[in-house]
Design a protein around this ligand. Sequence first.
Ligand code: 48C
Length: 353
Amino acid sequence: MEIRDTFSRRRCYILAAFSFVFTFLFGWYGLKSSEWHPSIIFRCTVNNTSDDIRLSRLDLLSDVRLDRMVYAKPDVLQPPRTDVLTITPWLAPIVWNGFYNRDILNAQYHQAGVRIGLTVFAIKKYVIFIKDYIETAEKFFMVGHKVNYYIFTDRPNDIPNFTLAEGRSLSVLEVPGYKRWQDVTMRRMQMIRDHTRDRFVNEVDYLVCIDVDMVFSEHIGVEILGDVVGVIHPGFFGASRKAYTHERRPESAGYIAVDEGDFYYTGCFFGGAVEDIYKLTNFTHHAMLADKAKNMEALWHDESYLNKYFLSHKPTKVLSPEYAWNNYYGSPAVVKVKRLLHVDKDFKAVRSN
Ligand code: 48C
């Protein structure tokens, strides 16, 4: 132990000396010549592809100019509700019914021509859920906007034909069906990542990823759009950190300590800007692989790894449990609208292991 410490200490000294000399020369040269103008740094970052995409996303709304609209004035001293938290400690909005005017948001995003992708996996027996899923999405998901449905399935012939409203398209993407349902659910992150890199980044601005055993029951619109979007799980929004079902083994890549964690996010619904979804799914996929190499699997699979991601990459927008409700938890007064509902199902009937 001692030798190693000495060795690494000596290495640190060498490194420190080198970086001091380098910084001095670099700084001296920089000060001497006025070449290091901020615009160069700006241009350097702008030339990076992801920043180009990022800039175009920032442009998405920055050029919007709204026409005259008539609506009730927001009241600084009288919020629509005081029974729920509507902003996180890192100043991300928590979206509850009654706090936004969808007409304003629709006007902005319509003018921007926003394109939204919805990914859904219907693997093996879960194909039985896709008909109601798409039919209810047509009624309630991003109505009036450009939507691309991306259905990942191992059974393309079992996907019905759908008649879609104008501006909406549907692609069936054939993918392998893993034997264990745990692998089916976890490998979604890898598949979303790869398709995002190869295709979605060129077709949509935002991606929304929702489990298939759900039905849309009230409008879900552009109020949910943001760079990194997580949804509060219906079973834990009143619970303590200790009660969160995070992965608690320190050796797992999904580990969250009992004194950490903001909310318990559901794995059945997440979203974000297309390049942020690439980062999120890449992280969660690698976390799963790291545990797999140790012959481990986080307690709640991709949901555990997603919560780990959201711990260090705080969502820029959080959706209330309205957006992924399960009637198993009844109808608490605070949840005034149930926009997306878990389908009551017999797991034995749809899971092969
Ligand atoms: O499509 C499948 N097939 C399976 O055999 C197992 C999971 N899945 C996908 O993963 C579905 O999209 C499911 O909605 C999702 C995992 N989520 C669930 O099984 C419950 N919503 C917890």
